[in-house]
Design a protein. Structure first.
Length: 364
């Protein structure tokens, strides 16, 4: 019969739902949510009943029942720093998902919704490789100011799923590989992944290359000057750095396809900006070879931007001297969530205990 798993991935304006029997996908749907409906909830966690109702309606419309399920798995959110893996949703994890600190994020609803469906049925609920994954080496945390240590913020779910894919293609154990992974989406996470752990990462919101909508690392003293110029509120400047920076700031679009069309039409300015973005990605990839001491089995390019053959070629020609370049465009977070739950259900992997790691600063 196999295991039937419901995967839930909440976003800011929609909830993605997929049903699997073992690895086979039985169906998926993205449930849109109207902005005016969400605006009525003071906190993200308050949307639980609203989004749960949408999932229940979808299951009923598809002729499926929650009672068929073996487990429910949700996208992990902003919780305490924890190592990667599959976590059973228990009381403390549920409390921290509701807490929404240091900031609220829609992905916190993944574990909340999973638990709400699973608990009455007496089946397990999980989260897998949340964005709060922190496996950094201690040296990587030190910056130029003790008040500003590096925080781990990484597209861990796709990064770890892609490393497993690369290990399969290389006929290697994923926990023996040393690779540099560049997740290229609206933000860019570029990390050193050694023996199953993300030992260093740029932090997609604060450092490293600029991306379609994020500014990346910018000159610190000039940023201080802007902050105190009187032209910007804290919220406006934050939005400029994360949301309206990078490609958006230079070209007025976050869509690399639109930039490519402008380049094809002879826009030299657009070409220069895209080349600079690729240049900075290559620089960060090269920097991540240092935590691996130059012993790099592969450079892996993934995420939505990796669909662009032109952009991949711009990066590849600058980094192929480091190691072979592997390309896995896009990301299938629903499948990655399912696989994380499956590994536990099949006894291939023990579920992680959130209580063991909560309140710490990452891997220990």
């Amino acid at each position: 019969m196999g295991f039937v798993i419901l995967a839930i991935n909440p976003g800011s304006t929609s909830t993605k739902v997929a049903l699997f029997q073992d690895e086979e996908e039985l169906g998926r749907k993205e449930l849109p949510h109207r902005a005016e409906d969400l605006a009525g909830f003071p906190r993200v966690a308050d949307q639980k009943a609203y989004r749960l109702g949408a999932i229940e309606a979808l299951m009923e419309a598809r002729g499926r029942r929650f009672e068929e399920l073996s487990a429910v798995v949700g996208r992990g959110g902003i919780v305490d720093p924890i190592p990667g893996g599959t976590y059973r949703v228990g009381p403390l994890l549920l409390e921290h998902l509701h807490r929404g600190k240091p900031w609220e994020h829609a992905s916190n609803l993944g574990g909340i919704l999973a638990e709400a469906i699973a608990s009455p049925l007496g089946i397990p609920s999980f989260i897998v490789d949340p964005v709060a994954v922190d496996e950094l080496e201690d040296l990587a945390r030190i910056t130029g100011l003790p008040e500003l240590p590096l925080r781990s913020l990484v597209h861990a779910l796709n990064v770890k799923a892609t490393v497993r894919l690369a290990a399969r293609d290389l006929n290697r154990d994923w926990q023996e590989l040393s690779v540099v992974v560049a997740h290229l989406g609206s933000g860019f996470s570029i990390c050193a992944h050694r023996e199953g752990r993300i030992v260093d990462v740029n932090n997609a919101n604060e450092r490293g290359p600029f991306s379609p909508e994020r500014a990346g690392g910018v000159p610190a003293l000039e940023l201080v000057r802007l902050a105190y110029s009187g032209r910007w509120t804290q919220q406006d400047l934050r939005r400029r750095l994360v949301g309206r920076g990078g490609l958006s700031a230079y070209l007025g679009t976050t869509d690399l396809r639109e930039a490519a069309a402008r380049i094809a039409a002879g826009d030299e300015g657009a070409d220069r900006v895209v080349e600079a973005m690729a240049f900075q990605v290559a620089q960060e990839i090269a920097a991540m070879a240092v935590p691996l001491r130059g012993k790099v089995d592969a450079v892996i390019l993934t995420g939505g931007v990796a669909h662009s053959s032109d952009f991949v070629a711009r990066v590849q020609r600058r980094v192929e001297w480091i190691a072979p370049v592997l390309r896995y465009p896009g990301e299938d977070e629903m499948k990655a969530l399912c696989q994380g739950a499956l590994r536990v259900l099949r006894g291939e992997e023990e579920p992680r205990d959130y209580e063991r790691f909560a309140g710490g600063t990452g891997e220990r």
